[in-house]
Ligand binder design. Structure first.
Ligand SMILES: [Zn+2]
Length: 361
């Protein structure tokens, strides 16, 4: 085993042992910052905990390596094991945290190889927080970044996959407010639940069209069996690859809210938070071509895929930095079956090495 693979495995296993669910990334930030210190890379940490660093020869066009430090709730202390077939998984019923510690470990090892002059390149890296929840990256100072292109390996699927399209995502909360009254005198109240029922029965959810999905995932309301429900809270998520359809569904929700107010005499509060903008790449985009080049160098066949999920790539693209999300070779992310083989881990590392070395731009 090459020394560089050995080091990668050690770093990865150390990283997954550090519990870092979204919002509680302090310990892993400390680890990464100390690793950057020993590598000799200058870095900065912002209020959100996002770490930025840059390293290497300034004569090269820089590329950005993006990864996130947090995980979903782990379910306990993570103890990684390597099976005799060379697969890394959790010893107990926790997640492994390959999402996204695989990319964190590889990014650190790439920086180490650059500092040892084993790779000649210019690399910037952003280690973000709360990717799994509200996205610490959204408050990152994108002006720091010099790179026009970059990669993030944040998709648990076989190596070779390149995410060509990702949707815009809007998460929203709606509060429908009526007036409570004893159930014996319903005429004194305004039933928020009746109004909500009207709203929901007139709102198409699920697959809206070829490009768009709408989900109402949370419903809360009412206070007692003998009380007219005063308030109902709804939370949902709208995802679309088409801006037109994305705007149309939003307008539809807002019109329905107005009609519900008019017909049922309720009040409402709507909080519509654009989580991220979508993007569509072409195979001829420089950002994608460099990934294809790297994959071919290590004899992995590129596959062009569409994802209904988002990643930090969306935030970078929104700020003009064409970051491409690629498959990381892991399996069953966010579950206790999460795993990655050592051969996939090493292969992904090879892809990164070829990617940062490439001088086709
Ligand atoms: Zn992830």
């Amino acid at each position: 085993m090459h020394m560089q693979y050995k080091r990668l495995l050690k770093t990865f296993l150390e990283l997954v042992r550090i519990d870092s669910p979204s919002g509680r990334e302090e310990k892993v930030i400390k680890y990464v910052v100390s690793a950057l210190g020993s590598i000799g890379a200058k870095y900065s940490v912002d209020k959100e905990g996002n770490i930025y660093t840059a390293l290497g020869d300034k004569n090269f066009n820089p590329v950005l390596l993006s990864c996130h430090l947090d995980t979903v709730e782990s379910g306990g202390s993570i103890v990684p094991v390597v099976t005799k077939n060379g697969v890394i998984r959790s010893k107990t019923n926790t997640i492994l945290g390959a999402d996204n510690k695989v990319a964190v470990a590889i990014t650190l090892e790439i920086l180490r190889l650059i500092s040892e002059q084993k790779i000649k390149s210019r690399v910037e890296a952003v280690f973000s927080t709360r990717e799994e929840t509200d996205g610490g990256i959204r408050k990152f100072d994108f002006k720091k970044v010099q790179s026009n292109i970059g990669i993030v390996a944040d998709r648990a699927a076989p190596l070779g996959g390149i995410v060509m399209s990702s949707p815009s995502i809007l998460d929203f909360d709606i509060k429908i407010k009526g007036k409570s009254a004893h159930c014996a005198v319903p005429e004194k109240g305004i039933n928020a639940l009746t109004a909500t029922t009207y709203l929901l029965s007139n709102l198409k959810t699920g697959k809206i069209d070829r490009h768009t999905t709408l989900n109402i995932g949370l419903i809360k309301g009412g206070t007692a069996v003998n009380t007219i429900p005063e308030s109902v809270f709804l939370s949902g998520s709208l995802r679309s690859f088409s801006n037109k359809s994305f705007e149309k569904v939003q307008r539809r929700i807002k019109v329905l809210l107005k009609n519900t107010k008019r017909d049922y005499n309720i009040k409402y509060d709507g909080n519509f938070d654009l989580y991220c903008r979508g993007y569509n790449y072409k195979k001829t985009d420089k950002a994608v071509k460099r990934v294809i080049y790297a994959l071919r160098r290590v004899k992995v066949k590129p596959k062009f895929e569409v994802s209904f999920g988002a990643s930090d790539a969306n935030a970078f693209v929104e700020h003009g930095i064409k970051v491409v999300n690629i498959n990381d070779g892991s399996k069953y992310a966010h579950t206790s079956k999460e795993s990655i083989s050592i051969s996939s881990l090493n292969k992904l590392f090879d892809i990164y090495i070829e990617y940062v070395k490439a001088e086709i731009i």
